[in-house]
Design a protein around this ligand. Structure first.
Ligand code: FES
Ligand SMILES: [Fe+2]
Length: 395
């Protein structure tokens, strides 16, 4: 038995992850390698890169990546790092991270090594002077991709089922939304948060706080909140309905939201949420869909990457419904920001180790158990002394 097993003073499967795992530099590195490199991360939608040569840049962990449309119109992903001196190759427009290699070539801005859209090195200045080097043997490393409902995902070391496989059971239910035909509403928003990534993910799956802390949302979504835990995806949903005191934005939203007769009736007032392990959330509304991706930056820093997509519909009612949705959720985001910062602050206390889960906190429990399954050192309620690597080495 390794030392982690011996030192586990508690085996409380109904306890939250211990606070030290939310602020420990070495644990954070373990999460990057054992959780995030193996996960599927959303980058953009197929409609963001419609033509050959169009690309979308994505920096994940320490990896500069790029998703592009090749000359056959296939979606591909590559390392965005030149094989010569490691310069980042493609930048994309400031803010949007999108761009186009309209001549079908990726040209390094440093010394002009040039790659085609299959990632092959096709030209390099002074080719004959690199003794023993054959450009024919050189190409950009390709990254695994998956497309689910038009959204493009990548994985550095794929070892879990693809999102399209995980979501196959939901396909019939979601297909009327025609997510594959959607287009971006605006640009990716980046919202830095001075908290651990798990603080934000926990809060996203936390059903108990809706009726306490979201004074606007609870008036339309608080009563019908439902959670279903899964190993790879957590599913939350609420049939919107006015209950109790309802704020102006919420009441107006329910009033102006167009009756989408192309959707089954149960979907016309449904707010549905999916959290793909470990950090990618999709918010699915009758008027739009957005993703929210909690990118780990450091133990105490997370970047929320967020953007909405919708079917083309410029009717006054739909534009107003989208605006009101944004207004409602902007308030929810501000409330959640306060909550996660409050929790992050509290987790710094020496007097707090971990707290219990209620029997209906199924998603939070599933998530914590999965982290413990991958990194058993998280079973230790107290932060261990010394290096975590020593604890995890079998004797
Ligand atoms: S670093 Fe790209 S060509 Fe030199
Ligand atoms: Fe919340």
């Amino acid at each position: 038995m390794n030392q982690v097993g011996q030192k586990s003073v508690k085996d409380k499967i109904c306890m939250s992850l211990p606070a030290w795992t939310y602020q420990h530099a070495e644990f954070f590195e373990l999460e990057k390698n054992s959780i995030f490199r193996r996960s599927w991360q959303v980058v953009c939608h197929v409609s963001d890169i419609p033509e050959p040569g169009d690309y979308f840049r994505f920096d994940f962990l320490d990896e500069p990546l790029v998703v592009l449309r090749d000359s056959q119109r296939a979606v591909r992903a590559f390392s965005n790092v030149c094989r010569h001196r490691a310069a980042r190759l493609l930048d994309g427009e400031k803010d949007s991270m999108r761009g186009s290699c309209s001549d079908g070539l990726i040209r390094c801005p440093y010394h002009a090594w040039t790659y085609d859209l299959d990632g092959r090195l096709v030209s390099m200045p002074f080719e004959g002077t690199y003794e023993g080097f054959r450009k024919e043997d050189c190409r950009l490393p390709e990254i695994a991709t998956d497309i689910w409902m038009g959204f493009i995902f990548v994985s550095l070391e794929p070892s879990t089922p693809k999102v399209s496989e995980i979501m196959a059971p939901y396909e019939d239910s979601l297909s009327p939304l025609r997510m594959g035909e959607m287009k971006a509403l605006g640009r990716v928003a980046l919202r830095p948060r001075a908290v651990n990534w798990k603080n934000i993910v926990d809060n996203y799956m936390d059903g108990l706080h809706i009726s306490v802390a979201h004074t606007g949302l609870r008036g339309i979504a608080g009563r019908n909140y439902r959670l279903v835990a899964g190993e790879h995806v957590q599913h939350l949903r609420s049939q919107l309905q006015e209950s109790g005191s309802v704020g102006w934005s919420e009441r107006m939203y329910l009033r102006v939201l167009p009756e989408r007769t192309d959707l089954p009736e149960e979907r016309r007032r449904l707010w549905e949420y999916f959290l793909f392990w470990p950090n990618v959330a999709f918010d699915i509304y009758p008027d739009q869909v957005d993703f929210m991706q909690m990118l780990p930056i450091s133990p105490g820093e997370t970047l929320i990457r967020e953007i909405s997509y919708a079917l083309p519909d410029e009717s006054r009612e739909m534009r107003l419904a989208r605006y009101l949705n944004w207004r409602i959720n902007r308030k929810v985001n501000a409330e959640d920001r306060d909550l996660v910062e409050r929790v992050h602050h509290g987790m710094g206390s020496h007097d707090f180790t971990q707290g219990p889960f209620a029997s209906n906190e199924v998603c939070l429990k599933m998530f914590a158990d999965r982290v413990r399954g991958i990194l058993p050192v998280a079973n230790l309620a107290e932060q261990p002394a010394g290096s975590l690597a020593d604890l995890m080495t079998p004797e």
